[in-house]
Design a protein around this ligand. Structure first.
Ligand SMILES: Cc1ncc(COP(=O)(O)O)c(C=O)c1O
Length: 403
């Protein structure tokens, strides 16, 4: 008999390379949350620089009050799918609010952002269709593709010319064409060159979906994401987003203007065959989305903090994931072992960042990934810079990390 667990032995071998005195980077527990930017980890107060809590809204008193009130009024869970007993007035209120915020005619809320991608990709594309994916797409986009049964064509990351070439090759093929991009890419923090892709769209004709998971609430004059920042919202047919980052809760959405959009509710298995999000989470998200609209100072503060960290890292000579400032700031490291060592040294010194290793990274990069919050104080940002400086110097001498 072949043991079904045999295929997972390489995972255990990899985990065994974590040193005996090291913390397992994928097994960190926040013992207590003190604020959006501080937690107790391994018994000590730690600055959080890897939470995706871009607006620092998780402890906002209005959001907490909205969640508490919803739990008291509607209970702890919905115990049902949106197409059965799981649609509450809260879900429809959030969909209306989001559609208004996004300036889109339709919006559908999902239980997670992961399911939003699964649902939207598989609802839009079927076995006759082709999905053109940026090679660096998030796993939820790849999984959505698999679920759809559509033909998958990957194009080089952020390369509109490569997309154009691949579309040219598929000219004359039957079925629709869906191109999928992300606003801010989660690993390196770079943005899609949307204007270049829109040029290709005008030339070749396809429907375009932007996953704004890391840019929703963050980019653009209205906080609607990359398309808002680029002034190209009319060219993006469908938007996907999540509540687990700038909104500080859990859930996701898909939105668009297509007159048949609502039919997706009856065509998306990840929407139909799972319980809807809990009343507390939906009410919290609703309160947070209202704040994103009413409090643009949060975006300004996030930009200031991101610039401060970016410039600080630049001053240290670190090799960063991209040249543009965004709240995702990744530092390239030479190899897996030194990345794990530096990650541990940072944690021991009092700062938590994300570790990102192949195969979860583009071009097999080893990364220490920071995400900035509007709630970080200048002192916290400066401390993160100082600790990176100390750890890099200890592991590589005074020179920068040259990946
Ligand atoms: C680009 C992108 N899309 C979708 C998701 C899934 O969102 P969620 O964590 O809310 O399920 C993520 C999560 O990290 C993401 O980075």
């Amino acid at each position: 008999m072949i043991d079904l667990f045999d295929k997972h032995r390489p995972i255990l071998e990899r985990l065994s390379r974590v040193g005996p005195d090291d913390v397992n980077p994928v097994g960190v527990t926040n013992e207590r949350m003190l604020s959006p930017t501080r937690a107790i980890i391994n018994g000590r107060e730690t600055i959080l620089a890897g939470t995706n809590n871009y607006m620092g809204i998780t402890f906002d008193p209005d959001c907490i009050a909205a969640g508490e009130e919803a739990m008291a009024k509607f209970g702890t869970g919905t115990t049902g799918s949106r197409v059965a007993n799981g649609t509450y007035s809260l879900h429809t209120a959030l969909e209306t609010e989001l559609a208004h915020f996004l300036n889109r005619r339709h919006c559908i809320v999902f239980t997670t952002g992961y399911q939003a991608n699964l649902g939207m990709m598989s609802g839009l594309a079927g076995p006759r269709d082709t999905i053109f994916l940026d090679a660096d797409s998030h796993s939820s986009i790849y999984d959505g593709c698999t679920l759809s049964g559509a033909k998958l064509v990957r194009f080089r990351h952020n390369d509109a010319t490569d997309l154009d070439k691949r579309l040219a090759r598929s000219e004359g093929e039957e079925g629709g064409k869906l191109v999928v991009l992300e606003g801010i890419y989660s690993m390196l923090g770079d943005r899609a060159p949307l204007a270049d892709f829109v040029e290709v769209k005008k030339k070749r004709g396809f429907q375009l979906l932007a996953d704004e998971a890391h840019s929703f609430g963050v980019l653009g004059p209205h906080g609607r994401g990359l398309a808002d920042e680029a002034g190209l919202e009319d060219e993006v047919d469908f938007v996907v987003g999540t509540f687990s980052k700038s909104v500080g809760a859990i859930g996701g959405f898909g939105a668009g203007n297509h007159p048949m959009f609502e039919v997706l509710r009856y065509a998306m298995r990840p929407y139909m065959f799972t319980a809807s999000s809990s009343p507390a989470s939906i009410a919290t998200s609703l309160a947070a989305v209202k704040k994103l609209a009413a409090e643009p100072w949060r975006r300004d503060r996030l930009r200031e903090n991101s610039t401060r960290l970016f410039n600080g890292f630049k001053g240290l000579g670190l090799d960063m994931g991209c040249d543009a400032v965004s709240p995702v700031i990744a530092v390239k490291c030479p190899d897996e072992a030194s990345t794990i060592r530096m990650w541990n040294a940072l944690l021991a010194a009092g700062v938590y960042v994300n570790i990102a290793l192949p195969p979860g990274t583009p071009n097999k990069l080893c990364l220490l990934r920071c995400s900035v919050s509007a709630a970080h104080s200048n002192e916290e940002i400066d401390r993160i810079i100082e600790l990176f400086g100390q750890v890099v110097a200890a592991h590589h001498g005074k020179k920068a990390v040259n990946a």
